[in-house]
Design a binder for this molecule. Sequence first.
Ligand code: CA
Ligand code: CA
Length: 481
Amino acid sequence: MHNLRPLFISIILLFSLASPVLAQDRPNIVLIMADDMNQYGFLRSDKQVKTPNLDAFREKAITFHQAYCPAPACSPSRTAFLSGLSPHKTGKYYNGSKAWETDIMKEQETMLEWFQRAGYTTYGYGKLFHSDISKDRVARNFPNGTGKAGFGPFPDEEHRTFGSDSRFRGIQAFPDEDFPDVQNANTIIDLLKQDQEKPFFLMYGLWRPHSPYTCPQRFLDMYDVNDIEIPPGYLKNDIDDMPPIPKAYIESKGQQGEFNEIVSSEQKWKEYLKGYFASYSFADYNIGRVLEALESSQFAKNTIIIVTSDNGFHMGEKDRFDKNSLWEQSAITPMVIYMPSSIQPGKVCTAPVNLLDLYPTFVDFGANGINPHKPIDGRSIRPLLEDPNTNWKHPSITYFGKNWVSIRSEKYRYITYPDGGEELYDHTRDPWELNNLAGLKKYKKVKSQLKKHVPGQMLEAIPGRWTKMINGIVTGVAETE
Ligand SMILES: [Ca+2]
Ligand SMILES: [Ca+2]
């Protein structure tokens, strides 16, 4: 009798191999996340950045013109949307503070952990969580490894165009194979040629266009410095109509030094733009390679594809070459979503959405009755994917500290600061947020409507380098008032 056992096991195995066919009713999901990619390649009518692959992709996808990050920097943005928790509930507002060791985060089920429990295989290559998270947790989220990690290559000291600050390591060319973005795309292209037993969630985290602005030479050759224009959103003395806290922040030593150096000559500014644009086009190239591999794969008909970034970036507007601000340039992220069954290709959606909305959207599409262990923030944007013109009354919220919050409705951006200082911009007339309307009586009602979305309770920021710096600025302003 006992020699029937292997046969019995074989039958069981046969059935378990057959079941993934059912699982494939649910879509695969590919999330492509660039780093510090602002909207220059997307929104501007005088688009200077060349993105042929993203342009072609947008023809068959839905482009969200008002997508924002939960917090305007790599680590807090990724921590929020991958954990499903808004920064005001975790205290993770800035880079350089450890969020993942807190009790709330230890207990939180990440997007990847939920995907696994819902029957998906999770893959991730490149820059994913950023730092501040343990290797064990990363390995749990991406059991197949995370590909080529790291941040290089860095140019030698003498090639640094803008001094030794790590954010401004100079513009220089290297061969394709030196770049993690190329290596990880290669890995993904190979992976997409293989069969999958289960539906999969695949994340491709690029480093570019984040500095240093190094890329293969042909991307630098795409741009002539003489053809590059200074950003139209730059206005000298733009900060004059701001309240004391943002003014003090922009004028603080750490924020100002780089700005003065880059804008010291128009040539230098344009060279900086060229470096960023070339890195942007390099990211577009790598994204295009992965999109092409997907399109020619067996998964083309059943895969949702999202292209986005963790945050935006200022190119001199508001006296900044950085993210880490609540203004449009820094808070906005590209977001293009391809639905294989969509009847809305090439459409634009102007409803304000947030990276935090991705996790609940994925749950909406892939849950199969399995919901995250604990409540998650954000809301499913499935209705907008099915009809981009859906009436959407929800603003998008971005945080830069306790009581340092921006509420972005379709029409307005409202910002409030810890001392009660306010900004209000009307995007129908002022897309560059140059004219602060917060002090005008006629906007009192608009402000109070937007202010209702500011949470009553916000956690203190987790200690860290940025927390210390921001607290110093707030205290400094209070002392002079
Ligand atoms: Ca970033
Ligand atoms: Ca202004």
